[in-house]
Design a binder for this molecule. Structure first.
Ligand SMILES: [Zn+2]
Length: 408
């Protein structure tokens, strides 16, 4: 089915190549011509066969209306015109009184470019009279493409509905022509006014305009594609639909408006976090101060540290490094008197010189700084057996002045 919304015409100035009586092979002589005119004027019936060039297309030259047929389209026009006995009319009118005859044969001839040579039978008075009196000198054909997409742009080689070029536009130093890839014949016509050829282009303009209105999607999904990397930046694949692209852009826009609010929230959270951090650091420092005071007090109680001596300063300055402090403190000796008061074996030693070096593991364990003891057994009481096991596995814990053998 041809696209009825769009049609085009193009005309040629060409006197009929021949005018003969219907089915006759002989050209009409001058006296016969006058007689025929008189007969028709008197109301008699005459039928004529005329042969005329109704269309011509240059090889490279441009047509005045900026249109052109593909070879296949011109052949289609000729073939269908013959098959359907396509009408011969005047002024491209499709009113019945303007039909003057019909096509007997339509052929494409090739020379410099292509010409349409058509043989037509004229049967109505206006047509036969015009052919005989010589006023019939300009012909024009009228066609429609099978579909709008069959009209291609000569510059882009794409359907004109996609590219937006117009006949007569200059693109890359060449004039744009509309190339019809199909042509369904409407009629061929006797025309007088050359301007009539422009009506076809106006029809086409209107049809294109209507088509733009009718299917806007065509121009977003077919003609204009987003670049693959643009789609990728929207987290979309190359075959994303319009709806998906729209949704992605809407989401993006919504996210963009969220950004300032989220930044504000982040700044608030960061400020809160900073305050909490400093409160925690303060609390930790306080806890450490309490701890160091207790530790120092313990060292003083054991006699390892005395008021105002450098050991206290050493402990306080390095208390954060407990491993270091513990290892240093472990080397400090408690005064003998204090040690003796705390140590039962020593009391026994005083009575019994023979057992002077005997220190039981549990007593030795009690000589360890409280923190060390706690790290070894927690708040549980330590048994002698456990104390032996501790010293056996960690000989460096054995208090100064005592040998490993004495605690095991
Ligand atoms: Zn174009």
């Amino acid at each position: 089915m041809p696209d009825d919304r769009i049609s085009c015409t193009a005309d040629v100035v060409a006197v009929p190549l021949s005018v003969k009586l219907a089915d006759s092979d002989v050209a009409i002589a001058e006296d016969q011509r006058i007689a025929l005119i008189e007969r028709i004027t008197a109301g008699g019936h005459v039928e004529l066969d005329i042969t005329a060039q109704t269309y011509a297309q240059g090889g490279t030259a441009h047509n005045r209306n900026g249109t052109r047929f593909s070879p296949a389209a011109l052949n289609q026009f000729a073939k269908l015109s013959t098959k359907r006995r396509s009408p011969f009319v005047r002024n491209h009118s499709l009113a019945v009184e303007d039909v003057g005859g019909f096509t007997l044969a339509s052929n494409v001839e090739r020379g410099d470019g292509r010409q349409l040579i058509e043989q037509m039978r004229l049967v109505t008075p206006w047509a036969t009279l015009a052919a005989l009196n010589g006023t019939m000198s300009r012909f024009s054909i009228h066609w429609r493409p099978d579909k709008l997409e069959d009209v291609h742009c000569s510059a882009c080689n794409a359907p004109v509905i996609q590219c937006g070029h117009w006949p007569g536009d200059e693109v890359k130093n060449a004039l744009v022509e509309y190339v019809y890839k199909s042509a369904d014949p409407v009629e061929r016509s006797w025309v007088v006014r050359p301007a009539i050829e422009q009506t076809g282009i106006q029809d086409l303009a209107q049809a294109l305009h209507d088509e733009y209105e009718r299917r806007p999607r065509h121009f977003t999904t077919g003609a204009i594609r987003m670049k693959p990397n643009t789609l990728a930046s929207l987290a979309l694949g190359e075959n994303a639909t319009d709806e998906e692209i729209h949704a992605a852009v809407v989401t993006l826009a919504a996210q963009a408006t969220e950004v300032p609010r989220l930044r504000e929230q982040l700044a608030e959270a960061e400020a809160k976090n900073k305050a909490l951090e400093s409160a925690r650091a303060e609390a930790e420092a306080k806890a450490l101060a309490v701890e160091v005071d207790a530790f120092v007090a313990e060292l003083k109680a054991s006699g390892k540290v005395r008021d105002g001596d450098t050991r206290e300063a050493l402990v306080r300055a390095n208390f954060a490094n407990r491993t270091l402090i513990d290892s240093i403190v472990a080397t400090w000796e408690a005064p003998a008197a204090l040690k003796g008061r705390q140590s039962k074996p020593d009391q026994e030693v005083g009575k019994n010189g023979g057992n002077q070096s005997q220190v039981r593991a549990l007593d030795a364990f009690r000589l360890l700084p409280e923190r060390t003891r706690q790290s070894l057994v927690g708040n549980n009481k330590c048994t002698e057996e456990r104390a032996r096991a501790i010293f056996a596995t960690s000989p460096n814990l054995v208090p100064d002045g005592i040998t490993l053998a004495e605690v095991n």
